[in-house]
Design a binder for this molecule. Structure first.
Ligand code: ZN
Ligand code: MN
Length: 146
């Protein structure tokens, strides 16, 4: 996990470079994204921002997320049912482990991925730009609940 304070600084810098306004609400959203604890959904972020800024609208959260996505400062983990989740701590492509029971999402430490990517490029001649790698399963907590 990247240092959340450093991530926050990087995001603020990116917004300034692009001459985007940084309102107190927007900063609060960025803070949540910098930590991205548990890969929050837009609703999670909205609930957290409302603690300090009760007047925040879901549209504000949505707009900020869209902007940060465009600036490549947040990674969207998309799902077919639209229950997308976000990682602003590691905004670049990386694998995820997803619990199909409680919807927990964690970042595995997959050291072999760089080798795999390199081998794929070598074998196929593709210049690899991106990847999406999700592992679905049942987390230890959910297994223990049985
Ligand atoms: Zn689980
Ligand atoms: Mn992640």
């Amino acid at each position: 996990m990247a240092d959340p304070e450093t991530r926050l600084d990087q995001m603020v810098k990116k917004l300034k470079e692009n001459e985007c306004r940084i309102t107190p609400q927007r900063l609060a959203i960025l803070k949540i994204l910098a930590f991205s604890e548990g890969h929050p959904s837009i609703e999670n972020i909205y609930e957290q921002v409302k603690v300090d800024f009760p007047t925040t609208s879901l549209a504000t959260v949505y707009k900020t997320l869209t902007l940060m996505k465009e600036l490549k400062e947040v990674l969207e983990i998309g799902f077919a049912d639209g229950s997308n989740r976000y990682d602003g701590n590691k905004p670049y492509p990386h694998p995820h482990l997803i619990c199909i029971n409680c919807r927990k999402i964690v970042d595995p430490d997959l050291t072999t991925l760089a080798d795999m990517t390199q081998q794929l490029a070598q074998d196929t001649g593709f210049r690899i730009l991106n990847h999406r790698l999700d592992f679905f399963g049942i987390c230890p907590d959910c297994q223990n609940k049985k």
